[in-house]
Design a protein around this ligand. Structure first.
Ligand code: SF4
Length: 182
């Protein structure tokens, strides 16, 4: 075992004594959530291919506790939007987001999902944050799998540090209201 390459997740900050360890509930919940994010891929074009590489054995997103890709919004908490989103598709994306249970997070993967990318045209949504709130933007056209993994790790940091009360806060309700999402 001494030669093992397996790294354990660091425990949250706490008070250690003989036979006990005490920490905040917030930290424990954050740690558990951050290391078991279930992705829901919403892939419409080329960036989706990079997602496939990210999930495959070489980059292996499973290392971050995200091996369980969900194709049901009800059983996913990390919506990953990859590809060009047309304005006609925007209501579908929004519906998928609304079907996800709280807490839910969103990553815009690549230039198209983040800003419309090279498609500055009448039919393309100029960034998914026009219809749903986004937590992390991954740049690139397409982003390499390393960048996607980096985006997931950035999201893990956000999730780890999010208060368990945030989803009930007036600020969060205000954010949803600004998107007209109930
Ligand atoms: S960002 Fe580039 S690679 Fe990704 S979907 Fe748009 S055009 Fe394709």
């Amino acid at each position: 075992m001494s030669n093992s390459n397996i790294n354990m997740v660091e425990p949250p900050e706490g008070v250690v004594g003989e036979g006990f360890f005490a920490t905040k509930l917030n930290d424990v919940v954050g740690l558990a959530r951050a290391n078991s994010l279930w992705p829901l891929p919403f892939a419409t074009s080329c960036c989706g291919i990079e997602f496939m590489a990210t999930m495959a054995s070489h980059y292996d997103l499973a290392r971050f506790g995200s091996e369980r890709v969900s194709f049901s919004p009800r059983q996913a908490d990390m919506l990953m939007v990859m590809g060009t989103i047309s304005k006609k598709m925007a209501p579908i994306l929004r519906q998928v987001y609304e079907q996800m249970a709280e807490p839910r997070w969103v990553i815009a993967v690549g230039a198209c999902a983040s800003s419309g990318g090279i498609f500055d045209t009448y039919s393309v949504l100029q960034g998914i944050d026009k219809v749903i709130p986004v937590d992390v933007y991954v740049p690139g056209c397409p982003p390499r799998p390393e960048q996607i993994v980096d985006g997931v790790m950035k999201l893990q940091e956000i999730v780890k540090n999010e208060s368990v009360r945030r989803r009930n806060s007036p600020e969060y309700q205000e954010l949803l209201a600004s998107y007209n999402i109930k």
